[in-house]
Design a protein around this ligand. Structure first.
Ligand SMILES: *Cc1c(COP(=O)(O)O)cnc(C)c1O
Length: 400
């Protein structure tokens, strides 16, 4: 794959070093025209008939299969819609119903808060005495026992980029009779994932991060074919019904993954996502991973040489071994917020996660050696001259 050519597929401001594609991917050049077509020709010209004519109704399943290729899903096992928070809820509710005699859900303290909030909220609503157990990331395997219904784990830690061993944890969960639920928010489009190969039970993720689907792009959910006929969607909506246009008074779940659909899909958002997936259809995830590792190593080595930790107090927060990292590199610094604002002011965009983490997404489709070297040089300049210590860089914005 020629990763120097793929940058031209994105509409990035000239001269910007964008290292935040792990939070919000950039605009694919083709997206604006694709969305305009959905607005003008489909909505404007076809009106209600577009649900059939323009294929709006089947779009969630079509897009699901295209994402499915990137995460090693079997065909027909992924659908798109709603938000990741909602898909976590659906997957966990379905998993608990498949293990009715068990009361524990295991997650880790590095998991993204919404996953933990929604899990606790669901367990409370069920009122059946379930418990969410959160342990250190390294302690998950040891925490799984005979009362564990499911593990709910995010493969790549959003703060540190630490990567779990999905295959080993899934096998450990299965050995104890539990189900394995994987949040792929920082995996889809970042690292190769093999859901079918490792036998994952459920998975879900978002499409606005590494997949570049745009702000508010819908989430995806995977259900293993082993559970597709039994899994209850929890949110039983009309578009997950076996026959939505029969308007039956009682709910009958649709075939397989279709039942995980809830209500009307976000058609305009899916048009943008479609343009992003036109790029992903051509991507070889193994080649992308190799390139991501090469660029991440260049960044880590460059920062270590230009900004020695003992001088500047900048410490690597990500695992040093690339096998244990996703596609982001994080550092800790007590002035992390101000340093990140100084970087952004100089055209190097990453982000900050409290209390002290500077995050940099490594996205080979539009980041190359030049961008990495500029990021290293800018960071060194800021630290060397304490250029971060200005009042405007200390002022906290709502989104960090
Ligand atoms: C980004 C992220 C989310 C966000 O959920 P939304 O419903 O899309 O806002 C959830 N979980 C993880 C692990 C994430 O990284």
């Amino acid at each position: 794959m020629d990763f120097t050519a793929t940058k031209a597929l994105f509409d990035l401001p000239e001269g910007l070093v964008y290292l935040d594609g792990n939070s919000l991917g950039p605009l694919p050049r083709a997206a604006a025209a694709r969305v305009a077509k959905a607005v003008t020709e489909e909505w404007g010209g076809q009106l209600i008939t577009a649900w059939n004519q323009a294929g709006w109704m089947d779009q969630p399943m079509r897009l699901g299969d295209r994402i499915g290729r990137l995460i090693g899903a079997e065909p027909g096992c992924v659908t798109v819609g709603d938000t990741l928070t909602i898909k976590v809820y659906q997957a966990l509710a379905a998993a608990l119903a498949l293990r009715p005699d068990r009361r524990k859900v295991i997650s880790d303290t590095g998991n993204f808060p919404t996953d933990l909030y929604v899990a606790r909220g669901l367990l409370e609503t069920l009122g059946q005495g379930h418990e969410l157990v959160t342990v250190a990331p390294e302690a998950i395997a040891g925490a799984i026992d005979e009362d564990t219904a499911a593990i709910l784990v995010t493969e790549v830690d959003y703060r540190t980029g630490r990567r779990h061993d999905m295959a080993a944890l899934t096998a450990r969960a299965h050995a104890a009779g539990a189900l394995a639920l994987w949040d792929l928010a920082h995996s889809a489009g970042a690292v190769p994932v093999d859901l079918a190969g490792i036998g994952a039970d459920f998975a879900m993720g978002c499409t606005y991060k590494f997949l570049n689907g745009g702000p508010g792009a819908p989430a995806f959910i995977y259900v293993s074919p082993r559970h597709a006929a039994e899994a209850r969607p929890a949110l039983a909506g009309w578009l997950g019904h076996a026959a939505p246009f029969a308007f039956e008074p009682d709910y009958r779940p649709g075939a397989g993954i279709a039942r995980m659909r809830v209500g009307t899909p976000p058609v305009l958002q899916m048009a943008a996502l479609e343009a992003a997936l036109d790029i992903w259809d051509e991507v070889d995830m193994t080649a992308l991973r190799a390139r991501s590792i090469a660029l991440s190593e260049r960044f880590i080595d460059g920062v270590a040489a230009a900004c020695p930790a003992d001088v500047h107090g900048l410490a690597l927060a990500s695992p040093r071994d690339p096998a244990h990292r996703g596609s982001q590199v994080s550092f800790r610094h007590s002035q992390g917020y101000a340093i990140m604002q100084a970087l952004i002011a100089r055209g190097v965009v990453g982000d900050f996660r409290a209390p002290d983490i500077l995050r940099f997404g490594i996205t080979p489709l539009y980041i190359g050696e030049d961008e990495i070297d500029r990021a290293v040089a800018t960071l060194a300049e800021i630290l060397g001259g304490s250029l971060w210590d200005r009042p405007e860089y200390h002022r906290r914005a709502t989104v960090t």
